[in-house]
Design a protein around this ligand. Structure first.
Ligand SMILES: [Zn+2]
Length: 425
């Protein structure tokens, strides 16, 4: 059986890390964790005692094909960013562009240890095919706007075709945001999700203006809106951003089927604010981490998000205990996986899927890293540059700079050509 040998293993299910071998089975699940050197079988990777193994990172809110729009809209507030730059550029994107942008994102995410992502966009069958070919895992939805029945039909068709595919895809319905989808339409989408046993992925209270609109125009508090729309009853509810979620209402979403996705860098860059992570954690809601799209970040790098989250809330709260390394690594792994509907992903334990990344500790920033402090080294000293290998369901996707499922040069040249055509037209 395939083995990842002699690595320092940490996941959110354990306090101390431990040296060992990760033995995987034919089903793509972890069979056993043995003492170092005791795992028998084909060697997938030999860490030689100088590598750390973590669960594959989860990017719980993004728009992967926006890698083609990176740098097109800089230093603008959200509504100008959307209406003046992003929506007009998106009008020009073809299905082939969507595929190229997704493939480009796969290169960036896999080499940075991201093995699972959650995406909202359009021509989503292109994103699904990119995901399946790359070998990663993901939760996908078609972004829905207004009361457009055609888009809802496309989202349902996506679910028919891809939901559950190869155990690597979940499909949600994707109402874009309360300010782009009327309340009655959101209610219908939630009812449809419940009827079809699908989740919902929603942009939620990203800016202060959205909270003001709830109170001044809709005349309803956000938690009441979620409840009255039926959104709390769907298979999984993924609320991206939640920066302005009134903290006294958080207890209403502390449920196993609800996940708030913190996108610290995108929120900072667009000047949207700070999500109240201290209060999120105190209220018991599940929190995951996302990058948002590459046009507002501009990286799809979860290491960056972990580090930013772990630092900014300490400064904001004047409290160095808020958003500890272990907490943010949990957000970036098992919390993201559960939130996206993958119940057996995100821990390095027997019977979990073998979605594992290997980190190089043979580097100056890891001297002193041991069983007691591995998560702190990873979050405060680590970086995406340290990723040496990535596996999904035990299958190697990336090893020592080589992509095993993707043709890097071909994707880069296609992406350069698509981008050039996009800005010239
Ligand atoms: Zn977004």
């Amino acid at each position: 059986m395939p083995v990842i040998k002699n690595v320092l293993i940490w996941d959110a299910g354990r306090r101390d890390a431990q040296y060992g071998d990760i033995v995987t089975g034919e089903s793509g699940r972890i069979n056993a964790i043995t003492p170092p050197g005791a795992g028998r079988g084909d060697v997938l990777f030999d860490g030689a005692g100088r590598c750390m193994a973590l669960p594959g990172l989860v990017n719980a809110h993004t728009h992967v094909s926006m890698t083609l729009l990176r740098g097109l809209a800089e230093e603008l507030p959200l509504m100008e960013w959307l209406h003046q730059r992003i929506f007009p550029a998106e009008d020009k994107l073809t299905p082939a562009n969507i595929r190229t942008g997704a493939d480009l994102a796969m290169l960036e995410m896999i080499s940075g240890g991201v093995t699972c992502f959650c995406d909202m966009y359009y021509f989503m069958n292109e994103v699904a095919d990119s995901l399946l070919d790359a070998g990663v895992r993901g939760a996908l939805c078609r972004g829905l706007m207004g009361e457009d029945e055609k888009r809802i039909y496309e989202n349902l068709a996506l679910a028919e075709e891809y939901n559950g595919r190869d155990g690597r895809v979940t499909v949600q319905l994707g109402p874009h945001a309360p300010y782009t989808v009327p309340r009655e339409a959101v209610r219908k989408i939630a009812a449809l999700a419940k009827e079809r046993n699908l989740g919902v992925h929603f942009h939620w209270l990203e800016t202060k203006g959205e909270l003001d609109t709830f109170r001044n125009e809709y005349k309803i508090e956000p938690a009441d809106y979620l409840e009255s729309a039926g959104l709390l009853e769907v298979r999984e509810l993924i609320l991206a951003h939640s920066v302005w979620f009134p903290t006294e209402q958080l207890a209403r979403v502390a449920r196993d089927n609800v996940t708030l996705v913190h996108n610290p860098k995108s929120n900072l860059k667009l000047g949207s604010g700070y999500a109240p992570i201290k209060e999120f954690l105190e209220s018991g809601v599940r929190v995951a981490l996302g990058t948002d799209g590459a046009a507002s970040n501009n990286r799809l790098d979860i290491w960056d998000e972990m580090r930013t989250a772990a630092l900014m809330h300490k400064g904001y709260n004047l409290d160095p205990t808020v958003a500890g390394a272990r907490e943010v690594l949990k957000m970036a792994t098992v919390n993201g996986a559960r939130g996206l509907g993958f119940k057996d992903v995100g821990l390095i334990q027997p019977d979990y899927m073998a979605d594992v990344i290997v980190i190089d500790m043979d580097n100056p920033r890891y001297v002193g890293c041991d069983e007691t402090n591995a998560p702190e080294f990873a979050v405060y000293a680590g970086s995406s540059r340290d990723v040496r290998a990535a596996f999904v369901a035990g299958k190697p996707l990336y090893r020592d700079g080589e992509y095993l499922t993707l043709d890097k040069d071909a994707i880069l040249s296609r992406a350069r050509a698509d981008r050039l055509a996009l800005v010239r037209n």
